[in-house]
Design a protein around this ligand. Structure first.
Ligand SMILES: Cc1cc2nc3c(=O)[nH]c(=O)nc-3n(C[C@H](O)[C@H](O)[C@H](O)COP(=O)(O)OP(=O)(O)OC[C@H]3O[C@@H](n4cnc5c(N)ncnc54)[C@H](O)[C@@H]3O)c2cc1C
Length: 495
């Protein structure tokens, strides 16, 4: 009798538990604004991480007619070139993992005879330094690898001394710290704000001082900082060595060896992640307003449509955005650095560089900070024939036609893009919160003034995915915070 009573009590308890868990298992709708790496990788992480939440839908809104945001390509004279983010570091494990998962192929530096391409530092009047010219032409991959050919590295050493090794050491320490973001969930917390996330990895201090100060303390010579380092920060972020130490370290890392890109365009990472994440994609649909109505957000678009979601995620910088929030939100002021990318098919004019022949002009012309220097860099993308070459020029302001006419002796095609490219980095950096309203309005690009890259967007999106899953009511799978089961979620280099 006692056994029968116990059995029926247990059955009652079990059915009650089932009723409670079925009725209380939430199935939120998630709206993501932005289809770049941040938005697409967030959808991927939400779909693949272990959780007892079932998402009713994941919607991504993109104002343009193509996904990928700042990873995009242009067509110049029938050839496709990266127009925005062009290089990925060999230790960017999310990007590596995504491309492997999606079956995308890599352009390796070796595909482009990168080590043989030439490099020069232009001060507006003359070349301060030029690598020895090699006869081959490359695609303009890693900057530092260009100068580290055997003979050329000796010449770099002659000019800058042991400072070069100190610079490499500075970069390695930062890259190693960044690698902590690939640790498993058991040892890596979910971060509620950017400061906490950076402090945990040992990177926060680097955002509170300028690159120039950090490198000075690391024992780099003023000459190396004002020349080679400046060239690199101008190429990668269009800014001087006054950027924060962390953005600077990331920029320097993006000029090293082993850099790669996706064959056919880096935008395919975003496209592939969206395709395999059961996303409802709304292209050419710009979100104008996000309003909180207690328990859900209403998003209104320029098409006059309304969407309700329990979770809303901003996966784009808000600095130049027109999105209006109700109730209003408050985030620190941050400016975007604009980079004007001009693509030219034609031929450079050697006279502009006081040279006799176009072949004496290095394939990557970097520049120092000088008041009247009108461009940040010019690089060769592809050589078709002796008088037909594809080039990319980065400037801080729109490049004038008259200047292009002086720089080029021949111009068949010119394409211009004005990028709101990355934050104007300024130490000490002040960060917006990941959670904008204390409820379920999230901001992935709060992380972007730490550094702006494909990988940092993915790393921030991964943390926001865990933050959503760990904060959403009804989510009980604590393994997102620290279970042993999550050890397998750690990423390794041998992916
Ligand atoms: C010229 C240039 C060179 C770069 N070089 C490199 C590089 O070599 N390597 C590297 O790793 N990184 C590089 N970067 C940086 C890198 O591109 C970015 O950090 C990264 O792509 C940002 O991705 P994201 O998804 O966070 O933002 P984004 O790619 O900007 O995506 C945001 C998306 O949101 C959309 N959107 C915005 N507002 C709305 C709205 N209201 N409604 C709907 N949609 C909206 C936008 O159209 C966009 O598609 C470069 C950037 C530029 C511009």
């Amino acid at each position: 009798m006692a056994t029968k009573l116990l059995t029926s009590s247990l059955l009652l308890l079990l059915s009650l538990t089932l009723i409670i868990s079925t009725s209380s298992t939430p199935s939120p709708d998630i709206c993501i604004i932005g289809s770049g790496i941040a938005g697409s990788s967030l959808a991927h992480f939400l779909r693949t991480y272990p959780t007892n939440l079932t998402f009713n839908s994941i919607k991504i809104f993109e104002r343009h007619d193509i996904v990928g945001g700042r990873t995009s390509t242009i067509n110049l004279g029938g050839d496709t070139f990266e127009a925005g983010a062009s290089i990925i570091h060999p230790k960017n494990l999310h990007a590596l993992n995504f491309t492997k998962l999606l079956g995308l192929r890599h352009n390796e530096p070796s595909d482009n005879d990168d080590d043989d391409s030439s490099f020069g530092i232009w001060d507006g009047d003359k070349f301060l330094f030029k690598t020895v010219q090699m006869p081959k032409w490359g695609l303009g991959f890693g900057l530092f690898s260009k100068v580290l050919g055997l003979w050329n590295s000796f010449r770099v050493f002659l000019r800058y001394g042991v400072s070069v090794f100190r610079m490499q050491r500075f970069v390695k320490v930062a890259v190693d710290c960044f690698g902590k973001y690939y640790d498993g969930f058991d040892s890596r917390p979910v971060f509620e704000n950017v400061e906490e996330m950076l402090k945990w990895a040992g990177l926060y201090e680097l955002t509170s001082r300028s690159l120039e100060e950090e490198l000075g303390d690391a024992g780099l010579s003023p000459k190396l900082i004002s020349e080679l380092v400046t060239v690199i920060t101008r190429v990668n972020y269009g800014q001087s060595v006054s950027i924060s130490g962390l953005a600077g370290a990331v920029s320097l890392a993006g000029s090293g060896d082993g850099l790669w890109s996706v064959k056919g365009g880096n935008w395919q990472i975003a496209a592939g992640l969206i395709n395999r994440s059961d996303v409802i994609l709304h292209l050419q649909e710009e979100i104008e307003t996000v309003s909180y109505f207690g328990g859900f957000y209403e998003l209104n678009s320029t098409k006059g449509n309304s969407y309700n979601c329990e979770v809303a995620v901003i996966a784009t910088p808000l600095d130049e955005s027109n999105i209006r929030f109700s109730p209003s939100i408050s985030i620190p002021d941050r400016k975007l650095q604009h980079t004007h990318a001009t693509f030219v098919r034609g031929l450079l004019n050697p006279a502009y560089f006081s040279l006799n022949s176009v072949w004496e002009i290095p394939e990557l012309v970097g520049t120092i900070e000088a008041p009247n220097l009108p461009f940040s860099c010019i690089s060769v993308l592809k050589k078709y024939s002796e008088d037909d070459v594809a080039y990319k020029i980065f400037t801080r302001t729109p490049i004038e036609e008259s200047l292009l006419d002086r720089i080029f002796s021949l111009r068949k095609e010119t394409i211009r893009i004005n990028w709101g490219a990355y934050p104007h980095f300024k130490a000490p950096e002040v960060f917006a919160p990941f959670v904008l309203d204390g409820f379920h309005l999230y901001y992935i690009n709060a992380f972007e003034n730490a550094a702006s890259t494909i990988e940092t967007s993915a790393v921030a999106a991964e943390n926001v995915a865990r933050l959503i899953l760990s904060r959403y009511p009804g989510e009980t799978s604590s393994n997102l915070r620290n279970s042993a089961a999550s050890v397998g979620m750690a990423l390794h280099l041998d992916l």
